[in-house]
Write a protein that binds this ligand. Sequence first.
Ligand code: 5GP
Ligand code: ZN
Length: 115
Amino acid sequence: MTDSCIFCKIVSNEAKATIVYRDGQVTAFRDTHPVAPTHLLIVPNKHIESVGALETQDEQLMGHLFTIARKLAEDEGISKDGYRLITNTGPNGGQTIFHLHLHLIGGQRMRYPMG
Ligand code: 5GP
Ligand code: ZN
């Protein structure tokens, strides 16, 4: 838990969010500024700043994050048509909240190329 981190506060229920999934390792909630019909954020419950701060011991947790992304895509009804998973990392990656998160975005055809 990091005092100033909004995603830590959402995980600990100190800040409000529309939570769609929670277990002992990860929490998922709707983005306040969705860019597509489905836009979820999936975060580890423990504070990890970004992919750049990952350690070997986090490998199981990261696998779980992706498995839950797959499950939530099914729950949202977007898995058949496909979706996009994004993890912005650092300033050049466009990261604005420095608590690692997966964006699960779907429900429309995504624009391409990225960058
Ligand atoms: P980043 O730019 O770090 O990859 O993504 C941060 C995302 O968090 C943005 O899409 C932004 O809309 C979302 N966001 C920022 N603050 C909050 C908040 O307080 N609650 C929720 N649910 N989403 C937030
Ligand atoms: Zn945090």
